[in-house]
Design a protein around this ligand. Structure first.
Ligand code: SAM
Length: 277
């Protein structure tokens, strides 16, 4: 296991909060994250933000290939040293939101996975970019703020169910894996963390609805959480027929008029969109 304090001292590294630099120091947690991805020799794994490479080393032991993308140039010399003995790691200096992921993956024929202790300042944009993009990921394992993991894996009716939960479920089957104490990081983050696993899949029952319209409806419905659907979605200027028509549709679908977005499953959102279209 890489000794984080030793490496930070040797390379005189100052970790920055703005890049979400909280490094994992517990090898058991690192192994559990890799286990959650069920990584094997057939897999190519994309790691976002390898830091100084503690998890990269474990990934490389089990995966066929690892592509590790790190934005902070100050970490590259330490990474190069820590990964020098591994011949299946492609270390890339760049911003995950800007690099050409297709080019980095090339023509890898086996399963493609993402496993990352994500920088928390940019969690949702990274997760949505990966889910919405056209790369056929098999599994995505993310360590994120516990609160975000709960929202990603939430089911309808729970207090954490949100537009993010619907978006994650649109593209994948999410599962909360385990929580991680603040004490497993250097420096200690302000918030608790959790690992969530997303199994990519396609849903049949949303294929006939234009994606943009589906998410326009979802976002508007959750826009003002304390409002009923009738008041949140029904008052949108772009909604054909407005509140009155929405009331008729709810009645037709057998949904009570006082319903709130957090009670609606993906299937119900799809049925609603079909009626509204
Ligand atoms: N993987 C390491 C670990 O678990 O110890 C470090 C994880 S740390 C939470 C997040 C890492 O992501 C940092 O190394 C940070 O520099 C890097 N990072 C932040 N923004 C990034 C971006 N846009 N693209 C690539 N890496 C980024």
């Amino acid at each position: 296991m890489i000794n984080t304090n030793e490496i930070l001292k040797k390379y005189d590294l100052k970790l920055t909060k703005t890049l979400g630099q909280n490094f994992l120091t517990d090898i058991n947690i690192i192994k559990k994250i890799v286990d959650a991805g069920e990584v094997n020799q057939e897999d190519l794994v994309l790691e976002i933000g390898p830091g100084i490479g503690a998890m990269t080393v474990e990934l490389a032991k089990r995966a066929g290939k690892v592509v590790a993308v790190e934005i902070d140039k100050h970490l590259i010399p330490a990474l190069e040293e820590n990964l020098a003995h591994l011949d299946n790691v492609n270390l890339v200096h760049g911003d995950i939101m800007k690099v050409d992921i297709h080019a980095l993956i090339g023509d890898w024929a086996g399963p493609k996975k993402v496993i990352s202790n994500l920088p928390y300042y940019i969690t949702t944009p990274i997760v949505m970019m990966l889910l919405e993009g056209d790369i056929n990921w098999d599994t995505l394992v993310f360590m994120v703020q516990k609160e975000v993991a709960l929202r990603m894996a939430a089911t309808p009716g729970s207090k954490d169910y949100s537009a993010l939960s619907v978006a994650v479920r649109y593209y994948s089957e999410p599962k909360m894996a385990f929580t991680v104490s603040k004490n497993c990081f250097i420096p200690k983050p302000d918030v608790d963390s959790a690992v969530v696993r997303l199994k990519k899949r396609e849903l049949d029952f949303v294929q006939d609805i234009p994606k943009e319209f589906f998410f326009q409806v979802v976002r508007a419905s959750f826009g003002q959480r304390r409002k009923t659907l009738l008041n949140a979605l029904g008052l949108q200027p772009w909604l054909n027929g407005g509140k009155e028509r929405l009331k008729e549709i709810l009645n037709k679908l057998g949904i009570k008029e006082t319903v709130r977005a957090e009670e609606l499953s993906l299937e119900t959102f799809a049925a609603l969109c079909r009626e509204l279209a």
